[in-house]
Design a protein around this ligand. Structure first.
Ligand SMILES: [Zn+2]
Ligand SMILES: [Zn+2]
Length: 265
């Protein structure tokens, strides 16, 4: 079954309208498509939606209009520091884009400059940076239990340039420790190809070691493109499916007929 539940549109920082994305999904043979534009965050208005009601209305109209061709879901990507009203959405992707440091909100992924700024706040100590990020993320996951956890290791977004985390054994143990804590919660983890589509990375989030750990712990997973353009809603999905089967995964979870259920990879 071809599906994607992490999808952005021009309503926030995407490039295509919601309807263009729906038409592309139908064209590609999708069974279900979930939208997850960025929820309102009072600490950064530059990229998020200002009016949840308008967004919900837009998606619900498309749900109705294309109901004979595709199942459409109205999700939302919530940032860890500001909770949405859960009843208004079909599901929540819970992500951590911001770190809270000395009372300030700092994005880790809004360009290399913002990443460098975060590193600076930890005096270049990458392990302290990673530890704080994961501590904050895991405590959000525990409290909130989002349906889907978004890009668990987002701090590695620019690692193919800076090379501080993914080749570092100390980072491997730390990220595995926090992934283990995160896995204690009944949530679905996404395998996210978004940075691959943007040509920032050649591999998915989470990185390969965490995928092996997730398999060992029988984690529930889904495959997401975190797409910002209608043409990339299934970016690298075939390669990812192949890799997941090699690791030993047999199923992903899909939202279909109103509930998350197993689908054979
Ligand atoms: Zn995100
Ligand atoms: Zn996203």
């Amino acid at each position: 079954m071809l599906t994607n539940y992490h999808t952005h549109t021009v309503i926030t920082d995407g490039k295509s309208t919601a309807e263009e994305v729906v038409l592309s999904a139908i064209n590609k043979g999708f069974s279900a498509l979930g939208f997850s534009d960025h929820a309102y965050t009072s600490y950064d208005l530059s990229y998020c939606m200002k009016d949840h009601g308008k967004y919900i209305k837009t998606i619900n109209e498309l749900k109705e209009k294309y109901k004979n061709e595709i199942q459409i879901y109205c999700g939302i990507e919530e940032d860890s520091w500001e909770f949405v009203d859960r009843d208004n959405f079909d599901y929540i992707v819970g992500s951590k884009h911001y770190m809270l440091i000395n009372g300030g909100y700092y994005p880790v992924d809004s360009g290399e400059k913002t990443y460098e700024k975060c590193m600076e706040l930890f005096n270049g100590d990458e392990m302290a940076f990673a530890k704080t990020y994961y501590e904050q993320f895991v405590s959000y996951i525990k409290e909130r239990r989002p349906d889907i956890v978004g890009h668990f290791d987002l701090i590695t977004k620019y690692d193919e340039k800076y090379i501080v985390f993914l080749n570092n054994p100390q980072y491997h143990s730390l990220s595995e420790k926090y992934m283990d804590y995160a896995l204690e919660n009944d949530v679905i983890f996404e395998i996210n190809t978004g940075a691959m589509a943007k040509e920032l990375r050649t591999s998915q989030y989470p990185y390969i070691n965490l995928l092996h750990l997730m398999k060992k712990r029988n984690a529930r997973i889904t495959i997401s493109s975190d797409s910002h353009h209608k043409d990339t809603i299934d970016f690298a999905f075939e390669d990812i499916k192949h890799m997941l089967r090699d690791i030993g995964f047999e199923h992903i979870y899909v939202l279909y007929d109103g509930e998350f259920k197993k689908d054979r990879i």
